[in-house]
Design a binder for this molecule. Structure first.
Ligand SMILES: NC(=O)c1ccc[n+]([C@@H]2O[C@H](COP(=O)([O-])OP(=O)(O)OC[C@H]3O[C@@H](n4cnc5c(N)ncnc54)[C@H](O)[C@@H]3O)[C@@H](O)[C@H]2O)c1
Length: 248
C-alpha cells in the first residue's frame, strides 16, 4: 500500500475510519470524505499526527456535484486514484413496509445506493484512463438476505451488489477490479443506534450470528485490505460475506 492513493467515503466513524487508519498505517495517501465535518477533521488530524499524507473534504455522497469535486480533488492533490472504498451509509427507523416513511426511503436510497453509483461513476472515469484501479463497495448481509423492517436499507444494499457486479464486468479488461464486502452486525455507531431502537435488540441480533459475537471493525478492514491487495488480483465482481456464519 506504500504511496497508493486511497479514497474513503464515510471516513469519520466506524468501518470507514478504521479502514482509513489501516491504509495510512501501511503508507497510503488518504482522501477522506464524510458528511460530518467535525468528526472528519478529527480523523484527519489523527492521521496527520501519525505522519500520513491526507486531506478531508466535507462531502454528502448523495450530492453528485460534491462527489465529482471530491474525486477531482483527490486526483489533483495526489496525481491519481488507486483504491476507492465506497463506505458511507445510513440506516433508518425500523418499520414494516406499509408503514415505512417516504422520507426514510428517499434518504436511504439516495445515500446508500445513488451515492455508491455517483462515487463509482467518478472514480471509474479516472481509473479507466489509468487502466488500473480497485474499488470496494460496502454492502451488507442485508444485500444478500432480507432484513425485515428495513426495506430501504435492504433494497439499497442489494443494489450495491448489483452495481458491483455490473461495474466489475464492464471494466474487467481494463485492469480495474470491483468487489463488495457484506458485513454482519458490526460494533460501530450505526449498530449502537440499531440496538437502542428495540427491546432486547442486542440479544436478538447476537442470536442471529452463529459465532455468537458481533463483527469488529478489524474483521471488516482485514477483508477490505485483502480485496485491495495484489494477492486478490484475480478476484472481481464478488460480494464477500463477513458474517460469523450467518449465511450458512
Ligand atoms: N456496522 C454494521 O453492522 C454494518 C453492517 C453491514 C454493513 N454496514 C455498512 O458499512 C458502512 C459503514 O457503516 P458503519 O457501521 O461504520 O456506520 P457509521 O454510522 O459508524 O459510519 C458511517 C459514516 O458514514 C458517514 N455518512 C453518513 N451519511 C453520509 C453521506 N451522505 N455522505 C458522506 N458520509 C456519510 C457518517 O457520518 C459516518 O461517519 C455503511 O455502508 C453500512 O451500511 C455496516
Amino acid at each position: 500500500m506504500k504511496d497508493k492513493i486511497v479514497l474513503v467515503t464515510g471516513a469519520a466513524l466506524g468501518i470507514g475510519k478504521a479502514a482509513a487508519q489501516a491504509f495510512a498505517g501501511l503508507g497510503a495517501k488518504l482522501a477522506l470524505a464524510d458528511i460530518h465535518e467535525k468528526e472528519g477533521k478529527k480523523v484527519l488530524a489523527e492521521l496527520q499526527a501519525e505522519g500520513a499524507e491526507a486531506f478531508f473534504m466535507q462531502t454528502d455522497v448523495a450530492d453528485y456535484e460534491v462527489v465529482k469535486a471530491f474525486v477531482a480533488k483527490t486526483v489533483e492533490t495526489f496525481g491519481g486514484l488507486d483504491i476507492a472504498l465506497n463506505n458511507a451509509g445510513i440506516g433508518s427507523e425500523l418499520r414494516r413496509t406499509a408503514d415505512f416513511q417516504l422520507e426514510d426511503w428517499d434518504r436511504v436510497i439516495a445515500v446508500n445506493q445513488t451515492g455508491v453509483f455517483y462515487c463509482m461513476k467518478e472514480e471509474l472515469s479516472y481509473m479507466q484512463k489509468a487502466r488500473k484501479g480497485c474499488i470496494v463497495n460496502i454492502s451488507s448481509m442485508a444485500g444478500l438476505k432480507a432484513m425485515p423492517n428495513q426495506i430501504a436499507y435492504t433494497a439499497s444494499k442489494h443494489a450495491v451488489i448489483g452495481m458491483t457486479k455490473t461495474a466489475a464486468l464492464e471494466y474487467a479488461r481494463q485492469g480495474i477490479r470491483v468487489n463488495a464486502v457484506c458485513p454482519v452486525f458490526t460494533s460501530t455507531p450505526l449498530v449502537d443506534k440499531l440496538i437502542s431502537m428495540g427491546d432486547n435488540m442486542e440479544q436478538k441480533l447476537l442470536r442471529s450470528i452463529p459465532m455468537g459475537r458481533f463483527g469488529q471493525v478489524a474483521d471488516i478492514v482485514n477483508a477490505i485490505l485483502w480485496l485491495c491487495d495484489d494477492k486478490s488480483d484475480f478476484v472481481t465482481g464478488q460480494s464477500l460475506p463477513i458474517d460469523g456464519g450467518q449465511m450458512c
